[in-house]
Design a protein around this ligand. Sequence first.
Ligand SMILES: Nc1ncnc2c1ncn2[C@@H]1O[C@H](COP(=O)(O)OP(=O)(O)OP(=O)(O)O)[C@@H](O)[C@H]1O
Length: 639
Amino acid sequence: MADETAVTDTDATPRQHGEELTFNFSGGDSAELARHLTGRSLAARLPALVRRSFALAWAVDRRSTITLLACQVISGLLEALGLFATTAALSALIQSAHDPANLVAALPSVAVLAGAAGVRAVLGIAIQGLSNRLGPRISREAEYRMLHAATGAEMAAYDHPGFNDRYDKADRGVEVSRDMIGQSQNLVSSAATLAAAAVVVAALAPILLPLLVLTAVPQALASVAGERVTYLATLRTFHDRRMLSMLRWHLSHKEQADQIRTDTLAPYLLDKYRASGARVDRTVDEAAWQRAKISLLGSAVSGLAAALMWAGVMVLLGTGTIGAAVAGTLVFALRSAAGGLHGIVGYGTDLMRTGRYLDDWEEFIAEAGGQRLDRGSIVPGRPRHVALHQVTYRYPEAESDTLHEVDFEVRQGEIVAVVGENGSGKTTLMKLLSGLNLPTTGVVTWDGVSTRDLDPHALWRECAVVPQEFARWPMTARENITLGQPRPEADDAVRRAAATSGADAVITVLRSGLNTLLAREWWGGVALSSGQWQRIAGARAIHRDAGLLVMDEPTSDLDARAEHRIFTGLRELAKDRAVVLVTHNLSNTAVADRIVVMEAGRVIDQGTFTELTARPGLFRDLWLLQHDRISSAGLEGAP
Ligand SMILES: Nc1ncnc2c1ncn2[C@@H]1O[C@H](COP(=O)(O)OP(=O)(O)OP(=O)(O)O)[C@@H](O)[C@H]1O
């Protein structure tokens, strides 16, 4: 597969030395599927796909689905009826050439023909309308199921190579799912047209049936081969399409907009965009050309078979095997059959393509991208003791462990500070304490029960986390604090939490207080500064009233007054909570009952602030370094 996804090194931007971005391609199965894209497998798969699309439609709107199916069946029956009426009408018309009185005899058949055509037209409009109604509903349901599955995946899924690819592919499935019902109904209606025509041909001139099949087969095979070419091209452009979407995001989002300007980075990134785009275009062009050649061959062979069939009609007519009226009806039936066959091949191919994307979607929702939360069902109470016992943690696909045999504990009523240099594993430790990740070896316990055995959702209800990168939800200030889970005391609880984190000062100046929408200006909201947001994030965690409060650099953006307020309020919070605090500002650790010092994924020391500043070690070194800047500025002891 590697050769199929490899990117040719012929882009416009000169390659520089260094590692290139690679996306972990999880398309092995898809590539395998492409090799098995054969006429036989498609024929076997189409009925299942039609069933699947009607099952999806059934799930979102039963009444419309039943009506749609009923319209399809009636329309097919009317098609056959119309074709049979054609013979009677034609023979009466031909005889009327000799005796105009015979025209009257044609009237009933003509009436049937006209009636059937009229009703079919009305049914066609109804079918179209119902498909248009069902399509968007199916797509929304598909998206809902995918989002539901994504939120039910292990957190570690995001570190697993391939998870995001699976999500992207499933997302494509959602996009195309709306087309599936239309394609299925067109396929069914083409099949009904063909069946009706085939019944008429079989009744009037059975010898023509094999020739009819012969006109269809080459086109169908060409269509399948073309589809395989397109699919393989899609796989080959996977890397560049991902690259394009990543660049699109970086080039257009506000987060990097300032740096793109001040670093004059735009031309470099736009060049990369063009290079990836050019590679995609080249691959797509090659595939389109190859597909055109295959289609030409299929059409030529089908055309020959069609010529044979029409010659057959002429022979039957010339030898007197059939009369003029039957020959006329055969012309209608064969044209109808050709239309039906064309529809089956075209819509069948479309449906196969949609079906492949839907396979990816289905696979994702069945397994949450292979990362479904699969833990125990024990519901924890408010934790009194949370601990790590000899825990080692390695990120998925990482080359080495991030945490090594870590022992750690925190009890209700206690504040434990975790310190260490960048990359020493503090955030990773927080993720394990809060049950976001499970240890690779060793065990994390909440009141003696392993986090593996606890119901994860119940665990998270007892856990409040202020992560380094907290979410800035485009919702009101109130919702940003309650997260849709208000306490019985309603706004009183919100205001209390806000007062503890300093968010009250932010809310007071907002145009509509707690009702103010905190979102970007172009969404009609109010934009907050980083520090103001951090106060809201603090209030959010405090409002949860969970038994374990984990704060990872909760005051990094706060001014001195706000920071002071948080740390002086921490003891009150810890009365009925276990509090774990990660900070680089070592003065803040003075509030902790115990300080745990980490280095390179290990706990290397612990003690009180007084103990650790008094004895030699990493903590004292870091403390002196921070202190050094204050002394060298001559500010020590300044009021
Ligand atoms: N998602 C991830 N996948 C693989 N490795 C990771 C991931 N996240 C972190 N790491 C690695 O784990 C190590 C510890 O990271 P962690 O974020 O726990 O450190 P930290 O002590 O919190 O650092 P900082 O003080 O900079 O916040 C780092 O070397 C990092 O490379």
